[in-house]
Every structure is written in structure tokens, then in C-alpha cells.
Design a protein around this ligand. Structure first.
Ligand SMILES: Nc1ncnc2c1ncn2[C@@H]1O[C@H](COP(=O)(O)OP(=O)(O)O)[C@@H](O)[C@H]1O
Ligand SMILES: CC(=O)OP(=O)(O)O
Ligand SMILES: [Mg+2]
Length: 382
């Protein structure tokens, strides 16, 4: 009997999640999560978080020691142009992931820590990297290129890479299933609204544009990241504000977005504050939603025909208010939401569009861990 279990480590900017899955069906045997890394009440950093995770993994029941374990699958956020497929990690691959740290400073170091921890626990197992950037590698060059000097861009690898690709891939395929269609038949706008947030335009199962860029800073308003802004804001803050490049980096990545606008990066708290008439929370919400609407309009034009808009990740799956405000009065684009369906709380994939809506609107819980497990298993099974 070949081993049929896969352990998945998914570390994001503020959390580490793990799951043990039984393949090929993907039944979940164990799971856990460490959250609020670097915040009050949470572990100080990803090293501390992985110590906690390693402790749980060596406990009875989770089975890091199990002979049934076939591989460990790791979410790796930045794969550059080199990694567009799931990859077995050797020292050369690890060094390449390390070289990409400047392009994903909040993420790749944590992914490397996870790889090292898993290697130490099970040096005998294949460790597989599944890259956030991979699904976006199919973007046409005119979508991936920034309009700057080509030679400079090429020398410094400056281009749109896109992130959350594992989620965009999973969710765009799942929504096709919900519509009883093959992924190749549907054009989808995916809105991954978590702590990090990104939109993508997926034509027939292939990504043709996405909102995140060289790094996971561009695009939508996020928990602590600004998303799109005039690049001259950076020069202005340096020249007139006297801020260093590192200060500005920290400002835009960690002190902006919802947090910068109203002091709160959690959409739940923002909802409570809005209910009490808090003006700053209302403005943060309005800025956030306005940006989502702009990307829906942009990707509608990019795709030409849109079959489905799908919301996923913490905010997208749970905030009926964000979904409602993002799609309000878009009947001219063929988008009509059923307010009752939208307000229902559920943990399953579901349609929330009105019966006559030309564009289907759906909520699909993302499952990056299952997607990583499947990609990992199909690589090591051969
Ligand atoms: N019930 C809810 N209503 C509104 N927002 C929610 C709810 N539950 C979670 N969220 C939002 O989801 C965010 C986290 O999303 P998640 O996808 O788990 O983030 P990440 O994986 O990027 O760390 C939180 O910041 C919170 O604002
Ligand atoms: C790429 C990215 O932003 O990831 P996360 O949402 O986990 O921070
Ligand atoms: Mg996430």
C-alpha cells in the first residue's frame, strides 16, 4: 500500500493553517490554525507560530510520524517567473524561494520557515511547493506588462505576477460546477476578499488578468494594505514627508487599507462600528467597496461576456454587506442579487443572484488546502 495522506501548510501574512488530508478524495483528517501573528494576543512572529504548529503536529492524532504520510504540501506565495507548476523542494528550489523574498517580504520568509520546520520533522518525505503566482502565469503579456521602460523592467523582473492563484483556480473551477458547466465554458470574475484581497478575470478556466502585481500590494483595498495608488505618492512622501523607503513600505503594507482608514482591519468590527454610526468605519467600508466595484467593471470589459461573479475568503464568504454594496444597481451589467439569498449564512457554495440575473453571482468557500493537497499528491503519486 502506498501512503495516501498529505499534510498541507498554508501560511499567510497573519496566520498559519495546517490540514492533514486523505487522498485522493481529500477527506480532512485533522486541521488547525494559529492566527493574529504579530498582533495583540497572538504569537510574536511566524517562527513562534510554527513552534506552536510543530507542537500540534507531533501530538498524537495528527500523525506527522505516520507511515501513511506521502508528502507535505506548502503554500509558497511568490514563485517569480521560474515556478509555474507544483515543485518538489530541494536545496536549489529553497534558495530560489529565498531569492524571491524581496518580492513578497510579508509572505515568502514565513513559507521558508514552514518548509524548514517540516523538513526537520520528516526529512524522509517529499516537500512540495505550490505557488500563489502559478495560476496567473497564463496572463497575456499585455496584461502582465507595466508600461515602463522595457529594459529596466526586464533587468529587475518588474511585471505583474498576481497572487492567491491557488484560491482563484479552485474557486473559478468550483463555480463552473455550481452552474453545471465545464470550466472551459465559463468566464468568471473571482473576488478573493480576505486579509489580503485580489480580483481576477478567468476566461474558460484560464486567468487573463488579476489585480495584484509585482508584490501582493497592488489592487483592492485590504486589511492593512493600500492597494492601488498613484506611484508618485511614494516620491511625495519621501521628498516632502522625509520618509525613508522602508517607512513608506511599512506604511503601505502594514498601516494602510482598512486599518489606516479607520484603525480597524477586521471587517466584522467595521460592521459593528457602522451600525453605531461611526463615520470613519463607514468611510473605510465605502472606499473598500468602491474599489471592488471598479474591478468588477474593469474585468467585465476585459472578459466581454461574464457568466459568474464569485465571492470568496473571509470577507467575501461572510460579509453580506460587502457583497450587496459591491453589486448594488449593476442591473445594466446584467447583475442582480437576491437580497434574501445574499443574507443567508451558510458554509457551502451557493448562488445568491436573482432568478432572472444574466450574470450568476455566487459565494464559494475557498479551499486552498485541498487544492494544494491535490496538486502535491498528483506530483508525488507518479
Ligand atoms: N463574519 C464575518 N463578517 C465579516 N468579515 C469577516 C467575517 N469573518 C471573517 N471576516 C473577515 O475575514 C478576514 C480574514 O479573512 P481570511 O480569508 O481568513 O484571511 P487571510 O487568509 O488572508 O489571513 C478578517 O480580517 C475579517 O475581516
Ligand atoms: C498573497 C496574500 O496577500 O496572501 P494573504 O491574503 O494570505 O496575506
Ligand atoms: Mg488567505
Amino acid at each position: 500500500m502506498n501512503p495516501t495522506r498529505v499534510l498541507v501548510l498554508n501560511s499567510g501574512s497573519s496566520s498559519v493553517k495546517y490540514q492533514l488530508l486523505h487522498m485522493p478524495h481529500g477527506d480532512r483528517l485533522a486541521s488547525g490554525m494559529v492566527e493574529r501573528i504579530g498582533e495583540d494576543g497572538g504569537p510574536a512572529d511566524h517562527d513562534a507560530a510554527f513552534k506552536l504548529v510543530a507542537g500540534e503536529l507531533t501530538d498524537d492524532g495528527v500523525g506527522i510520524d505516520s507511515p501513511e504520510l506521502a508528502a507535505v504540501g506548502h503554500r509558497v506565495v511568490h514563485g517569480g517567473t521560474r515556478f509555474t507548476e507544483p515543485t518538489v523542494i530541494d536545496d536549489g528550489v529553497l534558495a530560489a524561494i529565498q531569492e524571491l523574498v524581496p518580492l513578497a517580504p510579508l509572505h515568502n520568509p514565513a513559507n521558508i520557515t514552514g518548509i524548514k520546520v517540516a523538513r526537520e520533522l520528516r526529512p524522509d518525505l517529499p516537500q512540495v511547493a505550490v505557488f500563489d503566482t502559478a495560476f496567473h502565469s497564463t496572463m497575456p503579456e499585455y496584461a502582465a506588462r507595466y508600461a515602463i521602460d522595457r529594459q529596466t523592467a526586464d533587468t529587475y523582473h518588474v511585471r505583474r505576477y498576481g497572487f492567491h492563484g491557488t484560491s482563484h483556480a479552485y474557486v473559478s473551477r468550483a463555480v463552473a460546477g455550481l452552474l453545471a458547466k465545464d470550466p472551459s465554458e465559463v468566464n468568471v470574475i473571482v473576488l478573493h476578499l480576505g486579509n489580503g484581497a485580489s480580483a481576477s478575470a478567468v476566461r474558460g478556466g484560464v486567468c487573463v488578468d488579476t489585480s495584484m502585481g509585482l508584490t501582493p500590494l497592488e489592487g483592492l483595498v485590504m486589511g492593512t494594505r493600500s492597494g492601488d495608488l498613484d506611484p508618485a505618492v511614494v516620491f511625495h512622501l519621501a521628498r516632502v514627508g522625509g520618509m525613508s523607503v522602508d517607512d513608506i513600505d511599512t506604511l503601505l503594507n502594514k498601516k494602510s487599507g482598512l486599518l489606516g482608514l479607520c484603525g480597524d482591519n477586521d471587517m466584522r468590527n467595521i460592521g459593528h462600528r457602522m451600525a453605531e454610526g461611526d463615520e470613519a468605519a463607514r468611510l473605510a467600508f465605502d472606499v473598500y467597496v468602491h474599489r471592488v466595484r471598479k474591478y468588477i467593471g474593469a474585468y467585465t470589459a476585459v472578459l466581454g461576456r461574464v457568466d459568474a461573479i464569485v465571492f470568496t475568503a473571509g470577507v467575501g464568504e461572510n460579509s453580506a454587506a460587502v457583497r450587496e454594496a459591491s453589486l448594488r444597481d449593476l442591473g445594466s451589467l446584467g447583475i442582480e442579487v437576491d437580497t434574501v439569498r445574499n443574507a443567508l449564512r451558510a458554509k457551502t457554495a451557493r448562488l445568491i443572484s436573482a432568478a432572472g440575473s444574466r450574470v450568476a453571482v455566487a459565494v464559494v468557500p475557498t479551499d486552498e488546502e485541498l487544492e494544494i493537497a491535490q496538486q502535491t499528491y498528483s506530483l508525488v503519486e507518479q
